[in-house]
Design a protein around this ligand. Structure first.
Ligand SMILES: Cc1cc2nc3c(=O)[nH]c(=O)nc-3n(C[C@H](O)[C@H](O)[C@H](O)COP(=O)(O)O)c2cc1C
Ligand code: SF4
Length: 443
């Protein structure tokens, strides 16, 4: 019998990973306020490497302080960050796993401002419609400056011995703010036509290639469809980029030197369709959202909205907008397939994957070349080992309850579905295990 495709190595142009399951971007506020990293992040990433995934794609790593979405995320905005990322890479490599760093800039979409930059940068000067974070429209010199920050971030990742970088071009962050027809309202060469809206990300790709050469892995996470008008509550006109537009952008990205496409969905984050959950956990949301109350122009209003009767209405609207709640695993596969048919570089698909037979079928059908998983691996770090033993699913799979998601702004990231644990104490113990080991580093 030929070897299971899930365990076939995947060769990108500049990187080979040992199997077809990558850890998708996910991280909590484990690091230091000033953007330096610490042992908890190393423990976090190493735990997935140990569980058997072929590669880890880091969470949101800001290339510039002003691109940060919350404090306590490790950054790559300065050469002084290189030694930390080298340590992360070494810890992951020790388990025969690759490490791809997600180069990111939040633009106007943030969670908690922090004290350094109350006003974000964007393609527009309109506040983000979900939380109401204020922003200013970037000038051409500011655009050129941010493009260089991405290129320097890639250079630092390479110097740290990491295996590649991913552009966070999805889910409403700065690159989406340029790409999306629902957000970008510029009238200069960076706005208007698709070609103009794609100019920013293509400038970034070219700047990275000029800085690190052609032999370093570079992939792009993209929202294949914006679905910007999915929530009537925040609706502001058009639905944004279509699949056909994103397919064209992916062709341009390939021509400019991108080595793989990572397919996601939605023009803001979180979005009813990403990460798609069985339910909006409104009680957990109400408990954790207070951390954001003073951050944006709409955050206090949202906090009130999540309570009582209006909370129940918001929950219903969110769930309705998510679509078929029984079709979470592989929900982005049709879009991944359309992109795969238009490019020759490998395509990675994100969204709900936790069943070996589903992953195997998706790759065999030619929908994608690999999948990435976030929540299912938070629930079961050893998912790939479970597949290797011949089991199709974990005994206690991720329930897609999205409690990990709504807790992450205030609490350590981990699985918060108590039904998956023998007791609440066991759940808390597992969440807090990210802080072990914690070598003593000072007086
Ligand atoms: C708590 C949380 C944090 C996330 N952080 C990021 C991130 O930093 N960057 C990113 O591109 N996606 C992020 N995502 C999205 C995931 O990477 C993934 O694409 C999405 O959750 C769908 O996959 P899943 O069903 O396997 O969770 C996050 C998701 C969750 C639940
Ligand atoms: S809290 Fe746990 S079960 Fe719920 S979505 Fe997150 S990882 Fe899955």
């Amino acid at each position: 019998m030929p070897q299971d495709i899930v365990f076939h190595p995947l060769a990108f142009r500049n990187l080979t990973v040992k199997n077809r399951v990558l850890r998708s971007n996910i991280s909590g506020r484990f690091d230091n306020y000033d953007g330096s990293g610490n042992q908890a992040r190393i423990n976090w990433e190493a735990s997935f490497a140990k569980g058997g995934v072929g590669a880890i794609i880091s969470s949101f790593v800001p290339v510039h302080l002003r691109g940060r979405i919350v404090p306590n995320y490790a950054m790559i905005d300065h050469d002084s960050r290189i030694p930390f990322w080298r340590k992360v890479g070494e810890a992951v490599h020790a388990h025969d796993c690759k490490y791809i760093l997600q180069l990111s800039h939040g633009g106007r979409q943030r969670d908690v401002n922090g004290i350094e930059y109350p006003v974000g940068l964007s393609s527009t000067d309109k506040s983000d419609p979900v939380h109401g974070f204020r922003c200013e429209r970037m000038t051409i010199p500011q655009i050129k400056d941010v493009v260089q920050s991405f290129a320097e971030g890639a250079r630092r990742a390479r110097e740290a011995g990491l295996d590649g970088v991913e552009l966070h071009g999805a889910n409403g962050y700065l690159i989406t703010q340029f790409l999306s027809s629902a957000i970008n309202d510029r009238t200069d060469e960076y706005g208007g036509s698709l070609e103009n809206r794609a100019r920013f990300v293509l400038d970034i790709v070219r700047a990275i290639r000029a800085r690190v050469g052609n032999d370093f892995h570079l992939q792009m996470k993209i929202s294949a469809v914006d679905h910007d008008d999915v929530l009537a509550l925040f609706k502001r006109g058009p639905s944004g980029n279509t699949l056909a537009e994103s397919v064209q952008v992916c062709r341009w990205l390939e021509q400019a030197g991108v080595d793989a496409i990572h397919v996601s969905t939605g023009s803001f984050f979180p979005h009813p369709m990403n990460p798609k959950g069985k339910d909006l956990p409104i009680e957990d949301l109400e408990r954790a959202y207070d951390a954001m109350i003073s951050s944006g122009e709409r955050t206090f209003l949202n906090y009130l909205l999540f309570r009582g009767v209006t909370g129940r209405i918001a929950r219903r609207a969110w769930n309705d907008a998510a679509g078929d709640l029984d079709a979470i695993e592989g929900a982005n596969l049709p879009e991944a397939r359309a992109i795969k048919q238009a490019v020759t570089i490998p395509v990675i698909c994100t969204g709900g994957f936790q069943t070996a037979s589903v992953i195997r079928a998706a790759i065999t059908r030619g929908d994608c070349d690999a999948v990435s998983a976030a929540r299912p691996l938070v629930a079961n770090r050893d998912l790939v080992q479970i597949f290797a033993r011949g089991d199709d699913r974990a005994a206690r799979p991720c329930t897609y309850c999205n409690k990990c998601l709504v807790n992450v702004v205030e609490n350590p990231l981990g699985c918060y579905d108590e039904t998956r644990f023998a007791s609440r104490d066991e759940m808390v113990r597992q969440i807090m295990s990210v802080f072990e080991p914690q070598p003593f580093q000072g007086v």
